[in-house]
Write a protein that binds this ligand. Structure first.
Ligand code: SDX
Length: 431
């Protein structure tokens, strides 16, 4: 017997019965599609309680602090899998066999080069351009190189789009850094792993040999896994909405990168480091906690809070552990920012303002400390997030277009503007 809910109206209007759907996990949803003909819309600015789609890719339990990719707990994937395998899992729905994994990695390796003319796109930017602006511009420009001949309704064409983006994004990210630094672009090396290749393109120069440190490459690979996907967050919803019109997927991913860049979203990792730098010392933590609570102050504790997690973000726990490993490897255990971050986390988690609002450290709280310890500048932190999230964006885009029932996204509104009025000619207008 299908579960339903009945809307009754205080003015005696006829009641409306709506179906309730239950997913594999999570809160059941009320299917409101029948409301329109009855003369009502629902209203939920910021989508605080609104499901936008069916998805089988990622599941988050915000109360329990759980995160599953295709049913696999993030903790098991972070410590037992690798990012290439997770990219395959997100995009294909199952863990690959050895043969499937080899074929996938081989395809990614052989799509890592950018079209030679793409160099000109980088050179159109000022050297001081923010790397996110460069990444967005270059990724969007890919739509000029890969447009004709892409049939979005052909699953093989969509798979090639996914492989191209997963493969090229590390090259775009590393070249954005090299362009900022005024160093020559370094080409991918197909014998290296995905994370090692990125480090090679970021840190090697033509002047001397470079060998990625295994502990750091492993840490980076794990951080890519943690950032790969996260249900219908702002940037993923942007990619889906842009893609729902059949738009060029490279342009849609560039739109997702633009949304991720915001300091309330993926830009938070860069904002956390700025905040820790500004604090400068654990003695100033109370001053910032006070500001974070002050409604008259726009300051928020960067790296804290989450729309879904009302418990510790499971990724933050793993990243904190990875932080210890990286700082130990680099003999930076006394890193001042790490000490401030640990003390800030301790104080905030004991403070009623944060406890009552269930504000916990999120994925962005510790990642910047690791990136900076590795020699990655704060301006590149969101680029790192976008690099990893590209695999999730293309998986979600593909899932949407694979659904024969998918429709163009077109939200409605509550109109609060002027009532109908006559035009007034310019000579009749008074200030
Ligand atoms: C990411 O969606 C995703 O899944 C995102 C992400 C992903 O993987 O894609 O997880 C990645 O974006 C993580 C979030 C990174 N952003 C930050 O760290 C920026 C700081 N945090 C926030 O601004 C905030 O917590 C949000 C944006 C993350 C969530 O905001 P919500 O859900 O809209 O919550 P809210 O603004 O309504 O806050 C509820 C209350 C408010 O106080 P009251 O009005 O109830 O008195 O909590 C307060 C807020 O003022 N609050 C904070 C706070 N975050 C919320 N107060 C101080 N510092 C903070 N960080």
């Amino acid at each position: 017997m299908k579960k339903t809910v009945t809307l009754t109206f205080s003015d005696g209007s006829p009641s409306i019965e709506l179906p309730i759907e239950q997913g594999t996990y999570g809160k059941p949803v009320i299917d409101i599609r029948e409301l329109g003909p009855h003369g009502y819309f629902t209203h939920d600015p910021g989508f605080t309680a609104t499901s936008s789609c069916n998805s089988a890719i990622t599941y988050i339990d915000g109360d329990e602090g759980l995160l599953y990719y295709r049913g696999y707990p993030i903790e098991e994937l972070a410590y037992q899998s690798d990012y290439m395998e997770v990219c395959y899992l997100l995009n294909h729905g199952e863990l690959p066999t050895a043969g499937q994994k080899m074929a996938f990695e081989n395809s990614i390796r052989h799509h890592s080069l950018l079209h030679d003319q793409m160099e000109n796109v980088f050179r159109g930017f000022r050297r001081s351009a923010h790397p996110m602006a460069v990444m967005i511009g270059v990724t969007g420009a890919m739509s000029a190189f890969y447009h004709e001949g892409t049939d979005l309704f052909d699953p093989r064409h969509r798979e090639i789009v996914a492989h191209r983006l997963i493969a090229k994004i590390p090259t775009v990210a590393a070249w954005a850094y090299k362009f900022n630094e005024g160093q020559p672009f370094v080409y991918p090396q197909n014998h290296l792993s995905y994370a090692e290749n990125f480090m090679h393109m970021m840190f090697s120069t033509p002047c001397e040999p470079y060998q990625p440190r295994p502990v750091l490459a492993r840490a980076l690979d794990r951080i890519f896994i943690l950032h790969a996907d996260h249900e219908q967050n702002a940037s993923t919803s942007t990619v889906r909405l842009a893609g729902s019109s059949g738009a060029n997927p490279y342009a849609c991913v560039a739109a997702g990168m633009a949304s991720l860049w915001g300091p309330l979203h993926g830009g938070a990792n860069e904002a956390v480091l700025k905040m820790l730098d500004e604090m400068g010392d654990v003695s100033r933590i109370p001053e910032y906690i006070k500001r974070a609570k002050d409604k008259a102050d726009t300051f928020r504790l960067m790296g804290f809070g989450h729309r879904v997690y009302k418990n510790m973000d499971p990724r933050a726990r793993i990243i904190r552990q990875t932080c210890y490993e990286v700082l130990d490897e680099l003999d930076l255990r006394d890193d001042p920012q790490f000490k401030i971050a640990m003390e800030l986390e301790r104080i905030a988690l004991e403070d009623d303002y944060f406890i009552s609002r269930k504000l916990y450290p999120n994925v962005d709280f510790y990642s910047g400390i690791i990136f900076r310890a590795m020699g990655i500048p704060p301006s590149m932190f969101t680029v790192m997030f976008a690099l990893a999230r590209t695999s999730g964006w293309v998986a979600q885009w593909n899932e949407m277009l694979s659904d024969p029932a998918h429709k163009i996204g077109r939200p409605r509104q509550l109109y609060t503007g002027a009532t109908r009025r006559e035009y007034v000619s310019l000579d009749q207008r008074r200030a």
